[in-house]
Design a protein around this ligand. Structure first.
Ligand code: NAD
Length: 317
């Protein structure tokens, strides 16, 4: 039986991945999953309620920078999906230290332990933000890394450390770089859950700058299918972009959210642009499509409607 360690499994994407891996379809076959998560403000054990009593599930509250805990767990597992991170760009602009500590030192702590115990494959979940702004076309996996924020710089550092561990030591590391995820259970600080929860409470929403920044939106379920494909069939030392196929300006996205929440443009406050705000992210995901047969399946309009419905049920006043 495969034993998989999932770091950050109480967070938004990690908890969806845990549920997907333990679903009745059993995409990994018989599997035991351990979540290692320190439960920062972004982690929520309720995200894992659906699997709490699953015989293949275990939760360990611990920090990925804690070498003792990490070493003990790594010895008990034969694969890793590493998602634990400080993940919000705005927080990294205000205070960068925690991002370096968790994202860089935490990743190296995991890599060192994986190497000691031969725990592989080690799937490192990175981000399309490591490419920086892509004004036209789409970034392939060979695109230079040019991160703009402390968040994306710390993710680029951990991404490169993971690849270096493969090149130097031969650990089976696989890196994924995905676009912006959306779906239920995201901590309401990122654009979609923040706007939706504020609109449902009758509050205004803050739109950065001219709203012309472009993001590619990836349903979290599609992302998890991509991660499972890389974990099961990816190649050692390879990087895989995972895209969602729906590019929107923040203004277009705001329009869709206003409609979904029965609100008008009078509820939008224009605020000063984010410092160092990347204009556009766009990944070329033809490699994962070609090699692993991945393509996004979730239609954006219905995925967004379902997400708004989830917040209406769980966060509305
Ligand atoms: P999240 O902020 O919702 O969850 C992060 C989880 O990591 C939380 O449960 C938190 O408690 C845990 N954590 C944080 N620091 C920890 C530490 N030191 N030790 C142990 N656990 C710790 O993040 P998310 O949106 O689910 O993102 C997951 C991963 O995907 C991150 O690595 C992020 O960089 C990457 N990613 C996310 C997106 C997105 O749109 N959300 C896009 C691209 C890449």
């Amino acid at each position: 039986m495969r034993r998989v360690l999932i770091t950050g499994g109480a967070g938004f994407i990690g908890s969806h991945l845990v549920r997907a891996v333990l679903a009745p379809e059993r995409p990994l076959g018989a599997v035991r999953v351990t979540v290692l998560d320190s439960l920062t403000y972004a982690g929520n054990q309720e995200n894992l309620d659906a699997v709490r009593h699953h015989p293949g599930f275990r939760f360990v509250r611990g920090d990925i920078t804690d070498a003792v805990v990490v070493d003990r767990l790594m010895a008990e597992h034969d694969a890793v999906v590493h998602l634990a991170a400080e993940s919000h760009v705005d927080r990294s602009i205000a205070a960068a230290h925690a991002f370096v500590h968790t994202n860089v030192l935490g990743t190296q702590t995991l890599l060192d332990a994986a190497l000691r115990h031969g725990t592989e494959p080690f799937v490192h979940v990175s981000t399309d933000e490591v490419y920086g702004s892509v004004p036209f076309g789409s970034a392939t996996e060979q695109h230079p890394l040019a991160p703009s924020s402390a968040y994306s710089a710390s993710k680029a550092s951990s991404d490169l450390l993971a690849l270096a561990c493969h090149r130097t030591h031969g650990l089976d590391v696989r890196v994924t770089r995905c676009s912006n995820n959306y779906g239920p259970r995201q901590y309401p600080e990122k654009l979609i859950p923040r706007f939706v929860t504020r609109l449902l409470r009758g509050e205004n929403v803050p739109l950065y700058g001219d709203g012309e920044n472009v993001r590619d939106w990836l349903h979290v379920d599609d992302h998890c299918r991509g991660l499972i494909a890389v974990l099961t069939r990816g190649r050692p030392g390879e990087v895989y972009n995972i895209g969602g196929g729906t590019e929107l300006t923040n203004k277009e996205l705001t329009g869709a959210l206003l409609t979904a929440c029965d609100a008008g443009w009078d509820r939008v406050d224009r605020v000063a642009d984010r410092k160092g705000h990347d204009l556009r992210y766009s990944v070329d995901w033809s490699k994962i499509h070609r090699e692993l047969g991945y393509e996004p399946r979730r239609d954006f309009d219905s995925g967004l409607a379902e997400t708004v419905a989830w917040y209406r049920e769980h966060h509305a006043p």
